[in-house]
Design a protein around this ligand. Structure first.
Ligand code: G3I
Length: 372
């Protein structure tokens, strides 16, 4: 009941007639618009997460947008364990190598995502029962992959999402079999294998006070062990009308005070109803037509509200540009966002700066306007 009430209160426009469609309201084509990477050139890098077909250059429209607007790329999935290390003795670097070549050819940089994460693990890892096997996997996985790309990547998300919402360590196979120090050990191995690559800790909701405190403790622990950590990624999966600006500002200041480069690594602002925060891929909601109100188009009023949220966010980023190194969007256009399939399958979501035809949305213009 509480969740239902939350949804209704948070979405007052829910059920209203669709006034306008994002496609028909888009202003102009992409070709004549300023490139995001040029607009923010003196401030921070502007990135996008790419899916497999974008890395293989199978999508010419996406390709044009990527080359025009972004100067740093993150693989959305293809460097995750289940793809890059499918069985115990086999690594598959095909797509990761393609991404590195694609970036080099187009004068872009790459952030590796991610060496150690509890999700999207290969089945052989999930089946491991004893600590020795997990330790051997952990060492080989980090050393082999980080070593292969040493100096070819800007940085690595060495460990992803190791924390619970209350700042304690998340219960994963790594915590269970390797103990509390596994995050420090992951950074130690990455530092040895990739001395010329930046090393980051990445999480969602780590701008929230309790999780931020846990993240700060983790960073201090790594530093106290004499191990290198260069930055912290705040993923930035936020919700329309509820971007936590004050918490974000405090987080930028507190992480920077530890000597961290601060990065916003998976930014999107979703517009559909949801009854929890964050991006825990294990959390899902049952499908229900009421949870998919904009399947035939989105009211312009919602897009304007989203544009305002993005503008406020970028004003804050610019205020702290001396501490922020990168802003990466989690996807290229609305139709390609993971939020069409999570936490409810088969919805029509609108979280990014480009619509389904790759036309810039009001959110794109609003962030450009923050520079004027
Ligand atoms: O590759 C298979 C394909 O073979 C199969 O036919 C298809 C059927 O569902 O699934 C494909 O795998 C999907 C995979 O993306 C690649 O497209 C999975 O089902 C799907 O669950 C997976 O979702 C990814 C999600 O991580 C899973 O953990 C999203 O694309 C990706 O955007 C998302 O990214 C994470 C970050 O890594 C960490 N932070 C949160 C963020 C959002 O969840």
């Amino acid at each position: 009941m509480k969740n239902k009430l939350w949804t209704i209160l948070a979405f007052p426009l829910f059920g209203m007639a669709i006034a306008a469609c994002s496609g028909s309201k888009s202003t102009g084509s992409n070709a004549g618009e300023p490139a995001l990477k040029d607009v923010f050139k003196k401030d921070f890098q502007i990135g996008a997460a790419l899916n497999g077909s974008q890395i293989e250059e199978k999508d010419p429209q996406a390709d044009a947008v990527i080359k025009k607007h972004f100067n740093v790329l993150t693989p959305e999935n293809i460097m995750k364990c289940e793809i890059i290390h499918p069985t115990l003795d086999k690594y598959d670097f095909t797509l990761a190598d393609k991404l590195v070549d694609y970036a080099a050819k187009n004068k872009m940089q790459v952030v590796g995502h991610t060496l150690i994460w509890h999700s999207q693990l290969s089945p052989f890892v999930r089946r491991m029962q004893n600590a020795d096997s997990v330790k051997q996997f952990f060492n080989n996985h980090i050393t082999t992959i980080a070593g292969r790309y040493n100096g070819k990547l800007l940085g690595w998300d060495v460990v992803n999402e190791a924390l619970n919402e209350d700042g304690t360590m998340r219960k994963t196979i790594f915590l269970d079999k390797l103990g509390d120090d596994y995050v420090t050990e992951a950074f130690r191995l990455a530092q040895q294998a990739a001395p010329n690559t930046q090393l980051y800790y990445n999480d969602y909701n780590n701008e929230q006070p309790q999780k931020r405190a846990g993240c700060i403790a983790l960073i201090k622990k790594i530093q106290a062990a004499g191990v290198r950590i260069d930055g912290v990624g705040i993923q930035g999966h936020w919700h329309l009308g509820r971007v936590p600006l004050a918490d974000i500002e405090k987080s930028i200041e507190e992480y920077a005070a530890l000597g961290m480069k601060v990065m916003f690594t998976e930014v999107d602002i979703e517009v559909l109803p949801r009854n929890f925060k964050g991006a825990d891929v294990n959390q899902r909601m049952a499908s229900d037509p009421k949870l998919n109100p904009y399947s035939n188009g989105i009211p312009d009023s919602i897009l304007q509200k989203q544009a305002q949220d993005y503008a406020n966010l970028f004003k804050l980023f610019l205020k702290h540009k001396d501490k922020i190194s990168r802003i990466t969007f989690w996807g290229v256009n609305d139709g390609q966002s993971w939020l069409n399939g999570w936490p409810v399958r088969g919805r029509t979501n609108y979280p990014l700066l480009f619509d389904r035809s790759f036309k810039p949305k009001p959110a794109y213009y609003s962030i450009i306007a923050t520079k004027k």
